[in-house]
Design a protein around this ligand. Structure first.
Ligand code: ADP
Ligand code: MG
Length: 685
């Protein structure tokens, strides 16, 4: 339930003064639906206008407010702008320049001899001072604009003034609230209260640190509540007897790495407890997580329960299914695949098998947790590529079974510890920090995109030799339409040079079955080259593909490039990754690509990526498709997350039910920042 005091702040924007249906729609484009969204809509910069009576050279480049008297209207040729020569009170001349305005317009707005208030940025043009397209106001008209004005992100149909007005109204709806931050923390940091900090942030005058901290505190509270909630429920101790896992391991052509053995010990140790496991398994691409997941699932089956493997996409679900069926071919386990595409009789039969325990391991997309899907006895859930599932989804998942299942999440996106705390803070961590032996490092090279002909020739030779390759197309602006267009154009280009039949294309807007068909052809070796957008980012495993080409590499996140690169180097052979770069690279872009060339260590890359990016850019946002924090940029995350975690822990230790005054305050905080997930937590708590 939403705390009552927040009602005005959570009112829909239609309730604000003068906001009609069309403005509701316009605001929706900025993801602004409620007053609180406006209150959280921070400006991108401040304009400092200087109100002066006299202009001079030293003010060039600054926005000014100045009284000027027009002296001459000068319309040059038909194509040149209208110039109005004007003079200030100190006798300084300045040209007011207007494109596309007529002399008649000038005569009414800037009549000669009548002093006006002129607002605009002072520039120099040759020897002269000028102001292009200034605002013109009558001196006895409206009040002059504020000297300092926040500049807000806008959408069509909105003026900055209007936005500022709405934001102001929203800020007026922020209620008086009890402080939720630990007094000693707030005293040490010297922060103002929430409402004052928010107002300050709108003036770009501090406040951001406190807001970032609040956001992280809410995040940590939510995660710790999930943890407490899950761990408080009685689960079931699952101990395997080895009849499946021993046979599986004996049948493998290689041994587990030391790291795989260690994390398996941690996982089976957890599963042998009645408290439900909450564990995140991190390991670089190709480190052998899938096998670890399989052993854990077989352990659950040995203990007489079922296991489910949740994959983020259908392609990956199918691939996992194929791999596991192959690896477990000699074992008495029944493995099934369920995707959103299964319909009708087959689906019903499968669901009956699941409910009656004739299926041991179910693999699929989120379809495997729909309401209609009932397990006989679900003991373990493995979530692959966990970063795509938010806290709210994890909560739902935990509530699915009668007895809460053990949960093992796996991610191949190595993330620095500070970020791991914010994303997976409710989980214990296991890390695979060793690769299977015999893997050669991927030979990574950076090349200018201008050398595309050489690249195409090398690609042709690679395919002639029986090799397969990926060609990943740039993120245009992150929208699927544009990305698709770029990939389609590139695929046509490559088809023309390499042969129509050897080149396949997949992109995010293709229908599942079409995408799968192309992927399957590629996996079966029917296609030599797969042109793709980033849909191939996670998990796809085709060992014969040993060449990866990434176009406009500088536009990708480092972690994402590392992920993409991990698609090759999966067999024993020598693999190459070519990063094609544009001509004009920033220092940072250069440093990032260099780092990628130098190391194959995903954790090092992730840490360095965090350092190389400035504040304001969130690591991996695009990669993960996860909503970034609003106020907590990576620098502040690093700075504050441990503090926030301790604060949250202390708060819950004292008042686990969030019932006392500060507990109530914390409920407000949770609702402000976590909303739906917050609601779910409060309901269950
Ligand atoms: P991840 O899921 O961590 O990216 P996978 O589990 O897909 O990695 O493993 C990558 C490849 O390495 C697979 O082909 C897998 O069979 C193989 N593999 C896993 N563990 C080992 C090991 N201990 N020794 C050799 N090869 C292994
Ligand atoms: Mg994997």
């Amino acid at each position: 339930m939403r705390p009552d005091i927040l009602n005005p702040l959570f009112a829909e924007v239609a309730a604000l003064k003068g906001v009609g249906p069309s403005q509701v729609r316009q605001l929706a484009r900025l993801k602004i639906a409620r007053a609180i969204d406006l209150a959280f809509h921070l400006p991108v910069m401040m304009i400092d206008r200087l109100a002066v009576d006299a202009l001079d050279e030293s003010l060039v480049g600054r926005p000014v407010v100045v009284p000027l008297t027009p002296a001459r209207h000068d319309r040059g040729g038909p194509r040149s702008p209208l110039r109005v020569a004007a003079v200030d009170r100190g006798g300084q001349w300045v040209d007011l320049v207007f494109f596309g305005q007529s002399a008649t317009w000038a005569q009414t707005r800037l009549p000669i001899g009548v002093e006006k208030r002129i607002i605009g940025k002072l520039d120099r043009y040759g020897q002269k001072l000028q102001i292009a397209h200034p605002d013109v106001q009558a001196l006895d008209g409206p009040a002059p604009p504020p000297e300092r004005e926040a500049v807000y992100p806008l959408t069509e149909g909105f003026t900055n003034k209007r936005m500022a007005q709405l934001v102001g109204e929203a800020l007026g709806r922020v209620p008086a609230m009890t402080e939720w931050i630990e007094p000693s923390v707030i005293a040490r940091a010297g922060w103002a209260g929430f409402a004052d900090s928010l107002a300050a942030a709108h003036r770009m005058d501090g406040g951001r640190d406190r807001l970032a901290y609040d956001e992280l505190l809410a995040n940590q509270l939510a995660l710790l509540l999930v943890r407490a909630d899950t761990r408080a429920r009685r689960g079931r101790a699952l101990a395997g007897d080895g009849r499946l896992t021993d046979r599986l391991l004996a049948g493998l052509p290689w041994n587990l790495t030391g790291a795989q053995q260690r994390v398996l010990g941690e996982i089976t140790g957890d599963m042998a407890q009645a408290q439900p496991m909450l564990r995140l398994l991190q390991g670089d691409v190709g480190s052998g997580k899938t096998l670890v997941g399989l052993v854990a699932m077989l352990t659950a089956v040995e203990a007489g329960t079922q296991a489910a493997l949740l994959a983020p996409t259908e392609i990956l679900a199918r691939q996992h299914h194929a791999t596991l069926v192959k690896q477990a071919a000699d074992l008495p386990v029944r493995i099934a695949l369920l995707t959103g595409r299964d319909k009708g009789k087959a689906r019903e039969a499968l669901l009956a098998d699941l409910a009656e325990g004739r299926i041991d391991i179910l693999i699929g997309t989120h379809a495997i947790f729909q309401d209609t899907v009932a397990y006989r006895d679900l003991g373990l859930v493995v979530v692959d590529e966990q970063h795509r599932f938010g806290v709210a989804q994890r909560l739902l998942l935990a509530s699915k079974a009668r007895v809460p299942p053990h949960v093992l999440a796996m991610t191949a996106t190595p993330i620095p510890r500070s970020l791991a705390l914010t994303r997976f803070g409710e989980m214990d961590q296991s890390i695979i920090d060793e690769r299977p032996p015999g893997r050669q490092p991927i030979d990574t090279r950076v090349m200018a995109a201008a050398r595309i002909d050489e690249v195409t020739a090398a690609l042709a030779r690679h395919l002639e030799g029986g090799g397969q390759a990926y060609y990943v197309c740039p993120l245009v602006d992150g929208t699927e339409d544009e990305d698709e267009a770029a990939a389609t154009t590139r695929a046509a280009f490559l088809k023309a040079r390499l042969g129509e039949g050897r080149v396949g294309l997949v992109h995010g807007r293709m229908k599942g079955p079409d995408k799968d068909a192309v992927m399957a052809d590629f996996a079966a070796g029917k296609l030599g080259l797969l042109v793709a957008t980033t849909v191939i980012e996670v998990g796809v495993d085709v060992p014969n593909a040993t060449l990866m080409i990434i176009e406009a590499a500088e536009r990708f996140g480092l972690a994402q490039l590392h992920q993409l690169r991990g698609r090759v180097g999966r067999g024993a052979g020598h693999s190459v990754c070519l990063l094609l770069r544009g001509d004009e690279l920033s220092e940072t872009a250069r440093a990032r690509l260099k780092l990628l060339r130098e190391t194959g260590d995903g954790f090092r890359i992730a840490e360095a990526d965090l350092k190389l990016r400035g504040p304001g850019e969130i690591l991996g946002t695009r990669q993960s498709g996860e909503e970034a924090f609003r106020f907590a940029d990576p620098v502040r995350v690093q700075q504050f997350v441990t503090m926030a975690r301790d604060d949250a822990r202390l708060l819950l230790e004292r008042d686990g039910g969030l019932a006392g005054p500060r507990g109530q305050a914390a409920r407000v905080l949770l609702y402000l920042f976590e909303r739906d997930a917050g609601v779910a937590l409060l309901r269950s708590g």
